[in-house]
Design a protein around this ligand. Structure first.
Ligand code: P6P
Length: 282
């Protein structure tokens, strides 16, 4: 399913043609996760829900900027969960940000959210790049001057072995998983490079293209990690695993989790990367 492309084109134009200092200004409100909300977050959220309301097969949506799930079409078969502008705290510094989405089956028997069937993200960087799953493959597109997403390549992590790890090491003394500290030391002793943008979409996209691992582990401050499963981690886990990589939540593949309707902003420890790197934590 080819969804939200129209929204991503609008958001890309908004970012590239607005005063980024103003767009990044804080609205002094907080979302359900306690993040300070930026003007751009709300504008991106509104652009996306306008498109969602036109899609009859979508039953409802979960947004980082909405407290609860919103039902839009009673006969819809899917729930979409999205982060309209992840990393928006970087926008005033002109650092890459991105939109993330996951499309989940609505389980009529359980009257809840079933498995993720489609995932994608749009990275607003030097170019506007869309990556989305299509059946069992992951496809990358780039926005051209005619405002069309042109196919660039299928993505795969198979055979990619690079010495890059991506983590906010300022949390080092708060990690709960001892393997994190052990492996960080091994990385330093084995000439790994550390790369961190501080914007999940940019850090994960680099990991998909270059290999390595991206982590946001559980800490004493954030016992479930910081990243939200429904609209950040699960979509990327779907993408990484379809690319031949792996995902881990500290116990199992991220994909073995379910989205809890009573806790739609649930956080989860996050490890995404090549199988080679992820298996060092399992
Ligand atoms: P920290 C951005 O706020 C975000 O949600 C992700 O894009 C990013 O990976 C993470 O938080 C960064 O968090 O605690 O390292 O600043």
């Amino acid at each position: 399913m080819n969804i939200l492309e129209t929204s991503f084109i609008q958001i890309s134009s908004l970012i590239r043609n607005s005063n980024n200092l103003k767009l990044g200004s804080i609205n002094s409100t907080e979302n359900s996760s306690g993040d300070l909300v930026k003007e751009l977050d709300i504008r991106a959220h509104n652009i996306i829900i306008d498109e969602i309301h036109k899609i009859p097969y979508i039953k409802g949506y979960i947004s980082e900027e909405s407290d609860d799930i919103t039902f839009t079409s009673p006969d819809g078969q899917y729930i979409i969960a999205f982060d309209p502008l992840d990393g928006s705290s970087n926008i005033n510094s002109n650092i890459s940000v991105g939109s993330i989405y996951g499309l989940y089956l609505w389980d009529t028997e359980l009257n809840g959210i079933g498995e993720i069937v489609v995932a994608g993200y749009c990275l607003y960087g030097p170019s506007t790049t869309l990556v989305r799953t299509q059946n069992e493959s992951v496809k990358m597109f780039q926005l051209n001057q005619e405002n069309e997403f042109k196919f660039i390549s299928n993505l795969s992590l198979n055979g990619k072995s690079s010495k890059i790890y991506s983590i906010n090491e300022s949390n080092y003394y708060k990690y709960k998983n001892y393997k994190v500290k052990k492996n960080l030391i091994k990385y330093k002793m084995n000439n790994y490079s550390m790369r961190l943008v501080g914007s999940m979409v940019a850090d994960c996209h680099r990991t998909l293209i270059q290999g390595g691992i991206f982590m946001y582990p559980a800490t004493s401050k954030d016992p479930e990690g910081k990243l939200r499963i429904a609209y950040e981690v699960m979509p990327f886990a779907k993408i990484f695993e379809l690319c031949g990589g792996a995902s881990w939540d500290g116990e199992k593949s991220v994909l073995k989790n379910k989205i809890d309707l009573d806790n739609i902003h649930q956080k989860i420890p996050t490890y995404l990367g090549t199988k080679e790197e992820i298996y060092k934590f399992t």
